[in-house]
Design a protein. Structure first.
Length: 238
């Protein structure tokens, strides 16, 4: 574990140099600990795959003092508490215009489209981090049989809610924009809304499962989302 300055108003706590669920759990444990028992002068924390970025006000908390405090807090939060994790089941349409790369990915992996969908919906995914775009959700837990390289030429626009695969990672696109991920479905869940008290729907440490729905069902869910219905709620652990 290393603690390093990141400019004059932030430090980064690096737990490892790999993408790993255990590493992610330690990052999230420290993030939750700092939120539950705040340190005066810390203004924001941002969990990533392998590190926690901690912003601070140097007029209140000198950087050296913060780094010493963080080292103590890392030791205190070394055992992740997974009971705090939130769980969601997310509807996804894997058909028609929502299945941008499903046929090509299926052929590349030597699987039928139904086998790809079964594998994708049968896994449990951990939210490793939110980043790249507001609310963009990076997921671990993708079955190895679905690991597929990203597109050689990115699309110029992918819709919000597109559910994708990039190498060993899975993701959900939050806002419409360019992307090189391979997208096999779309969820109507609104991942980013600046009008919400918490604009990003998911947060690091959440667990997600996907549930296949028909084009008619997803169209109905789209209408509910447009009317302000979140359509999914936090569930009891599976």
């Amino acid at each position: 574990m290393k603690i390093k300055p990141a400019g004059d108003q932030a430090v980064t706590v690096e737990f490892a140099d790999v993408i790993d669920e255990t590493v992610s759990a330690r990052v999230i444990a420290l993030d939750r600990d700092l939120k539950a028992d705040p340190v005066a002068g810390i203004t924001e924390t941002v969990p990533t795959y392998r590190s926690l970025l901690v912003f601070f006000d140097p007029a209140i908390l000198p950087g050296r003092a913060l780094m010493a405090t963080l080292r103590d807090r890392v030791d205190a939060s070394a055992e992740p508490d997974e009971t705090q994790a939130r769980h969601f089941t997310i509807p996804v349409c894997y058909q028609g215009i929502d299945a941008l790369d499903l046929a090509e990915l299926s052929a590349a992996r030597g699987l039928s489209q139904q086998e790809v969908i079964a594998l994708h919906t049968g896994a449990t995914y951990r939210v490793f981090m939110i980043g790249f775009a507001p609310g963009f959700t990076y997921l671990g837990g993708l079955p190895e049989a679905l690991h597929t390289p990203r597109l050689t030429e990115p699309r110029q626009k992918v819709p919000a809610g597109a559910v994708g695969i990039g190498g060993a990672q899975a993701a959900i696109n939050s806002v419409a924009g360019p992307s090189g991920w391979r997208y096999i479905g779309r969820t109507p869940v609104k991942l980013f809304d600046p009008e919400r008290s918490d604009p990003a729907f998911f947060r690091a440490g959440d667990f997600i499962r996907f549930r296949a729905v028909s084009p008619d069902a997803v169209a109905a869910l789209d209408r509910r989302v447009a009317a302000g219905d979140p359509i999914v709620e936090c569930e009891q652990p599976w």
